[in-house]
Design a binder for this molecule. Structure first.
Ligand code: ADP
Ligand code: ZN
Ligand code: ZN
Length: 668
């Protein structure tokens, strides 16, 4: 963008503490006219202070009279690029978040503070040893015919700089990464760069290496495990044009790359792309798509189990184009999945978490020197009530999601509509008295495994054993080196890993995800099971998956064991249509937090009444209030309203503002 002779700068002050300010207009002093650029920081008088502020608009006029002049330019080189200001404005509008919060999230902390930023921008220290050489790939790359076929339209879109959006639906092991690498090369050949988003948890050294080998010296890696200084350094390398390939987790979508030629989102269904606990509550895959539109470059979303939202759009050719890779690389088969009915185990008298079949296969695998993974999704373990006779979970009659058990009061509630029932004595479906809170945790599984297989070398990976990022790497690398025989873990072990030594995957209890109190439970279960099963059989030896469940007839489980994503999607989309859930409607969750539980609930009730009054007859539903999924967080009580509509636009002007309320658009 060329400098302009505008008279007024609209800026977003970057306050270091406290709630964010809004936008403010300042007069551009005569000597600075024509010099200001969007995204540049300036110093402005703010109350009695002087603060940094981002220029977000340049205007000829302002509705405010008697503007104060801004003081000076802070950075010669704008920290943010003009297209990033547009992206920030879109995020602010789409996710209903103040623009200053979005801008704050876009800049790494090292660059926000006062010291040593502007002059360094063009010459980050760490690049002294980097060759500034043209991007030449060392590794050769031969695509298979199947990969070649999906790559062709992507390559076209890159060379014609078209904002095409692709959904690369490829089974686990089909070689999606290979296609990404080819796309990056095509972009580099045009003198452009590439932004690649990967789920936080799969940013293993293995993933990094795959990119570093192909694009030596020009890869910047951005993830939450970096120190503030490292993150700042990587960011500067991108901003200065020294790193043309960015590989990073969610926030890497904000990498300050002037001319990406392609934007790639690997495992686009990963929940790590949704920021839910801080503003802006954005979905990075959706932000990436918008980035592509702003820059007019293609976006590739890849997954073996795409979000139904994305898949539905791709099926209808609405926005996304579907590209399929149904086969694994090298003609390897997808591993056979054997479903074990835990009700029968119980009837037989087996109360251990391992069925006879799983025990037998683990023993066999270990004796043959193979590696095994025992997978357990522990999240939400004790909050859902399951009947051990018929396998049904206590559910909400209105929303068809599982009820959540609250221990005080032994009350079961729906966290969408607040339907409540006392914990029944007997199963409402079959009358059995075997109603139990769901499942054992990973620790207990580990203890039992050590007892059963005392000679096996066992590693456990879950949130408790992975306090910091390095621990995750260490456990992962130890397993790859085959320093362990059995890996016991939560969903952390599910994603993206390429482990050729794994001959057996045991899914200890598939039901935990299935009965998660969320309308996406079936989808999440299907994806998780598919991803976990996908860890097996990536080497040359045959592999097997054992799936243990109390609901062997559930369609998500049956279809996952048949590796049938499209069959599952067709069925689940029909359910969503009938129950009016996304992608057929959109949701917005309003959460009220307060030190007092009563106050939080009453505020939410008042808000529900107000909104219902305002939105009467508009087709917008206001569900709740109900306790939030996490009813108490950081010593605040949380109650929520769920707003459901085919279009959310009508709701926006009426939403509550101010402290105490959090807004989550398209919650995950
Ligand atoms: P996905 O990401 O789809 O699960 P990967 O990209 O990890 O699959 O590929 C699976 C395995 O197949 C990897 O070990 C990868 O190196 C190998 N592979 C895939 N495509 C090719 C290719 N064209 N040439 C050589 N190896 C390939
Ligand atoms: Zn029952
Ligand atoms: Zn309900």
């Amino acid at each position: 963008m060329s400098p302009s002779l505008h008279l007024v700068a609209r800026v977003s002050p970057d306050l270091r503490a406290g709630p964010p300010a809004g936008l403010y207009d300042y007069l551009i002093p005569e000597e600075l006219r024509g010099q200001l650029r969007l995204g540049q920081r300036v110093v402005v008088p703010f109350g009695r202070r002087r603060v940094f502020a981002f220029v977000v608009e340049l205007l000829d006029d302002s509705p405010i009279e008697q503007l104060r002049p801004l003081e000076r330019i802070r950075d010669e080189e704008p920290l943010l690029l003009p297209h990033q200001i547009s992206l920030a404005q879109w995020i602010a509008a789409h996710y209903l978040c103040p623009l200053p919060e979005v801008l704050r999230a876009m800049i790494p902390p090292a660059l926000r503070t006062g010291k040593a930023t502007s002059r360094r921008l063009g010459s980050p220290k760490a690049t002294a040893k980097e060759p500034a050489a043209p991007a030449k790939s060392l590794a050769r790359l031969d695509l298979t015919p199947e990969q070649e076929e999906v790559f062709a339209p992507i390559r076209d879109a890159i060379s014609w700089s078209r904002a095409d959006e692709f959904l690369l639906f490829g089974v686990t092991g089909s070689g999606k990464t290979e296609v990404y690498l080819a796309a990056i090369k095509a972009a580099l050949a045009l003198g452009k760069g590439a932004i690649v988003l990967v789920p936080e948890i799969s940013l293993t050294p293995q993933t990094e290496k795959r990119f570093l080998v192909h694009f030596p010296g020009i890869v910047a890696v951005l993830h939450s495990g970096l120190t503030v200084a490292e993150r700042g350094r990587e960011w500067r390398r991108v901003r200065a044009g020294q790193a043309q390939v960015v590989v990073g987790s969610r926030s890497a979508v904000f990498a300050p790359m002037a001319n990406p030629g392609v934007v790639i989102v690997d495992e686009e269904d990963s929940s790590s792309y949704k920021q839910y606990d801080a503003m802006p509550r954005y979905q990075a895959a959706d932000v990436a798509r918008h980035l592509g539109r702003i820059l007019s470059v293609p976006v590739v979303l890849g997954s073996a189990t795409p979000r139904l939202e994305a898949y539905q759009q791709a099926l209808g050719a609405k926005g996304l184009r579907l590209l399929r890779m149904p086969h694994r690389f090298g003609g390897r088969p997808l591993p056979p999945v054997e479903v074990v009915d835990l009700r029968e185990e119980l009837a037989w008298g087996n109360r251990s978490p391992f069925s006879r079949r799983l025990t037998e296969l683990v023993t066999e695998t270990l004796s043959e020197g193979g590696q095994g993974i025992l997978f357990l999704n522990r999240r939400g373990t004790s909050s859902v009530v399951l009947c051990r006779s018929c396998g049904e979970a206590l559910g909400c009659p209105n929303c068809s999601v599982s009820l959540t058990l609250h221990f005080e009061g032994r009350l079961c509630t729906c966290h969408y509509c607040d339907h409540q029932v006392a914990l029944p004595e007997q199963c409402p479906t079959c009358g059995s008295r075997l109603l139990r809170a769901l499942g054992a945790g990973t620790e207990r599984i580990e203890a039992e495994a050590r007892e059963l297989w005392p000679e096996a070398r066992i590693l456990r990976m879950d949130r408790d054993t992975v306090g910091h990022r390095d621990a995750h790497r260490e456990i992962y690398e130890a397993f790859v080196r085959r320093d362990a025989d059995l890996l016991i873990g939560t969903q952390m072990v599910a994603k993206g890993w390429d482990l050729p030594g794994v001959r057996l995957v045991g899914i200890v209890n598939a039901d935990i995800a299935l009965h998660f109190p969320d309308f996406r439970a079936a989808e999440k279960t299907f994806s998780l099971l598919t991803q976990v099963a996908g860890r097996a059989g990536r080497g040359d030896e045959p592999a097997q998956v054992i799936l243990q469940t109390y609901s062997p007839d559930h369609s998500a489980i049956q279809l996952a064991s048949a590796h049938d994503y499209e069959g599952f999607a067709a069925m689940e989309l029909e359910v969503r249509r009938q129950l009016r859930f996304p992608p057929f409607t959109r949701l917005l969750v309003l959460t009220r937090s307060d030190p007092s539980d009563r106050e939080a609930r009453e505020q939410a009730e008042r808000e529900a009444l107000r909104l219902r009054g305002l939105l009467e007859g508009s087709g917008v539903e206001v569900l709740g209030p109900s306790p939030a999924f996490i009813p108490r967080l950081r010593s605040l009580y949380r109650w929520q309203l769920t707003i459901r509509a085919t279009r959310l636009e009508a709701v926006r002007p009426h939403l509550p503002e101010g402290r105490g309320w959090a807004i989550d658009v398209d919650p995950a």
